[in-house]
Write a protein that binds this ligand. Structure first.
Ligand SMILES: *[C@@H]1O[C@H](CO)[C@@H](O)[C@H](O)[C@H]1NC(C)=O
Ligand SMILES: *[C@@H]1O[C@H](CO)[C@@H](O)[C@H](O)[C@H]1NC(C)=O
Length: 285
């Protein structure tokens, strides 16, 4: 009895550990329904974990909460890096290496600490300060730590996954990642400026695999694994349709040319081979 009781209670613990729950939750562990959706083109204000430059540890406030701060200022806009909701675009963000930022980048490049930021689920002002839900966005800048300087690959692909039905009520984030994707590194010392070449892509056509929801009751958007297709089309749908159209027209032209050739050839063939046929008939005779 006791053993089976223990067993079933430990099974219960295992079952409850494995039980799935919604991600992301807010600070109160609640599902963030009723968030204010973003409008297309609206500024997304992310913030980033502040760290001690000696050891990369988070900075905490008196309530033991992580202190977040803005992304470094971009010279181009005189503002921290911001995204426009739903807009895929390329832009530059030139940051200046103060003593503190240089030491932080030593930690990031050396992978002692991640360059961790977060995107608020809701577009409400001060949503995150009030304990709102967010998705993490880590900037995986790569490079090398040198004796006297840093080599940094400043090219950044930023992939942002959003609900795929394009229902404006569900304009929020599912996931995001940023990673260096170039072939050159730039040499940086304290006081230098570095231009980050940023390519932001909103992924709004991903199919949510393994979805168990039939309705959105109680959850912000359809559940599931918003998975990249195996045959990924890394171009916009407008471009895809343009290519498809061009292919169709091209194929039609080729088919027409072939058919035309074939028909005219057949006609020629017909007139050419008749005498041969009558010749061979003549030989048989
Ligand atoms: C970004 O800056 C580079 C030079 O570092 C320049 O060649 C490029 O055209 C700029 N790109 C955009 C989108 O402004
Ligand atoms: C990368 O570095 C190579 C070799 O130094 C140079 O030829 C090339 O122009 C650089 N490419 C870019 C995009 O900066």
């Amino acid at each position: 009895m006791k053993v089976s009781g223990l067993l079933s209670s430990s099974l219960l613990i295992i079952a409850s550990t494995l039980a799935a729950e919604w991600y992301p939750l807010n600070r109160q562990d609640e599902i963030p329904v009723g968030f204010t959706p973003y409008k297309r083109g609206e500024n997304v204000y992310m913030d980033c974990i502040t760290r001690n430059i000696d050891n990369g540890e988070h900075k905490f406030d008196e309530q033991e909460r992580i202190i977040y701060g803005p992304f470094p200022i971009c010279k181009e806009t005189s503002k921290p890096l911001t995204f426009k909701y739903g807009i895929s675009e390329d832009f530059n963000c030139t940051i200046t290496f103060t003593d503190e930022l240089y030491h932080l980048f030593q930690l990031y490049i050396h992978e002692d600490a991640p360059f961790s930021c977060r995107l608020p689920i809701s577009s409400d002002a001060h949503y995150l300060e009030k304990g709102g839900a967010y998705v993490p966005l880590t900037f995986n800048l790569r490079g090398e730590i040198r004796e006297s300087h840093l080599d940094i690959d400043p090219t950044l692909n930023v992939l942002i996954t959003k609900p795929s039905n394009n229902n404006e009520e569900e304009n929020t984030f599912i996931s995001a990642v940023a990673f260096s994707s170039g072939t050159n590194a730039t040499r940086v010392v304290i006081g230098d400026s570095l231009t980050l070449n940023v390519a932001v892509r909103f992924l709004d056509q991903l199919v949510n695999a393994d979805s168990t929801t039939n309705s959105l009751d109680g959850i912000p958007y359809a559940s599931g694994f918003y998975k990249f297709p195996i045959n990924f089309v890394p171009i916009s749908y407008t471009m895809l349709y343009t290519y498809l159209f061009m292919t169709v027209v091209g194929t039609a032209v080729i088919i027409f040319a072939f058919t035309y050739n074939l028909i005219s050839h057949k006609i020629k063939k017909g007139s050419k081979y008749k005498p041969v046929d009558s010749e061979s008939f003549g030989k048989l005779d």
